[in-house]
Design a protein around this ligand. Structure first.
Ligand SMILES: [Zn+2]
Length: 407
């Protein structure tokens, strides 16, 4: 690949397999690509995922070869010459001494340069696309992909430094690229004829409607957003809405920033919207229900969240928290512990806890003393369960858990 240009058919097939893998998880299955391959292959700083296009990589490696030739294989006749040696006594380019070595487009570029003189110092070969003038394949690739530091957009930096799991960052990246499979987006690609929202009948289900304005989702935001801030929140256009909330690092309670909660909530709203979920049923009066959930990716920050609703399915309280680096079970235990604390502090005395973690329900039900990593949290949970209230913990299907909206 460094010396030979791969046939376009081969490059195309490999690139296509990569595209399929990104959108479906396997290289053999075709799925709808919601963000163009061109954008996917851009550096992260200008809106891509940083994937390498084989076509551009092939060209960048050829440029490496060309650079080596330019620096090591200069024709013997002109090996020790300076650029100023190709200028005649009148200060003009002496074309007959070098034009045979260069292609026309380079000749035209030289014609536009002011001829140098011996008085202006030594000649230097300089690679314009790196800081120190040295050629690197990565800088050649960036140059081919159209990258320049002036084109960097703070939005992308905001996404890739957002303090949540990588899968949620990719979701946010997709949202910024208008890459969510809303009915409006699918209709724009001629894959659907109707853009109507299936849930409320609104004429256009675009990303803003799905994530903010659809009545059930809007009710969720109304329960959280203070009255004084609602106008700005609900009137903002989509990109401004995402950006202004993801940049908002103000604290939400003592557990997490608004930006983290906002990104987490968007991801959950979208997950619930696109998945068929098993209906959530409100508890009987006077009970309330707490749904908790934890999220974890290896080597990344784990998060947990919870939601308390009453017998009519009304939102009473909720929380989200960034935990740190831990296992999914620890994240689930943290979610249960914080949820119990929130319910007790809210004055609830009959609580049904729903969790999709069978491991958590078993750990809490165990009567024997534990000495593992879960022991401190399990003990803290048991301390809450001993208080003067009624709590039942049940395991439910993941699809029914943490339904922010309920049905
Ligand atoms: Zn709707």
């Amino acid at each position: 690949m460094q010396t030979v240009s791969l046939p376009s058919v081969v490059r195309g097939r490999i690139d296509r397999a990569c595209r399929k893998f990104i959108w479906s998880g396997v290289s053999s299955q075709q799925k709808l690509s919601m963000v163009s391959w061109h954008n996917v292959c851009k550096p992260k700083a200008i809106g891509g995922l940083g994937f390498k296009s084989l076509t551009m990589m092939n060209r960048a490696l050829h440029m490496k070869l060309a650079w080596a030739y330019a620096t090591d294989s200069i024709p013997v006749e002109i090996l020790d010459c300076k650029v100023a040696d190709f200028v005649d006594e009148n200060g003009s380019w002496c074309w007959s001494s070098f034009e045979q070595y260069l292609p026309n487009n380079i000749i035209f570029q030289i014609a536009a340069l002011h001829p140098p003189s011996h008085a202006k110092g030594m000649d230097t070969i300089f690679w314009a696309h790196s800081k120190h003038g040295e050629f690197t394949t990565s800088s050649a690739y960036l140059a081919l992909s159209g990258y320049n530091s002036a084109a960097e957009d703070r939005t992308w930096r905001l996404i890739w430094t957002w303090k949540g799991p990588q899968s949620m960052r990719v979701f946010l990246w997709q949202a910024f690229h208008a890459g969510l499979k809303t009915k409006a987006e699918l209709a724009r690609r001629h894959l659907l004829t109707s853009t109507c929202c299936d849930r409320c009948g609104a004429l256009c289900e675009d990303a803003l409607h799905a994530l903010r304005d659809c009545p059930l989702v809007k009710q969720f935001w109304l329960n959280i957003i203070p009255i004084s801030e609602r106008q700005g929140f609900f009137n903002a256009r989509f990109h401004h809405w995402l950006h202004s909330n993801l940049v908002d690092d103000s604290r939400m309670g003592d557990v997490l920033s608004w930006a983290v909660f906002f990104g987490f909530a968007l991801w959950r709203i979208w997950s619930i919207r696109i998945n068929k979920w098993i209906s959530w049923h409100p508890p009987k009066w006077p009970w309330c229900t707490l749904n908790t959930d934890g999220a974890h990716k290896s080597d990344e920050i784990s998060t947990a969240g919870g939601l308390i609703r009453d017998h009519l399915g009304r939102w009473i309280s909720g929380f989200g928290m960034v935990i740190g680096s831990c296992s999914i079970t620890v994240a689930e235990l943290w979610g249960l512990y914080k949820g119990l604390k929130l319910a007790w502090d809210s004055g609830i005395r009959r609580l049904k806890v729903e969790t999709d973690s069978l491991c958590v329900t078993q750990l809490v039900a165990r009567s024997s003393v534990m000495t593992n990593e879960y022991a401190p949290l399990v003990q803290a949970i048991k301390d809450y369960l001993k208080l003067d209230w009624h709590v039942s913990i049940v395991h439910i299907y993941r699809e029914a858990n943490f339904s922010l909206l309920g049905t």
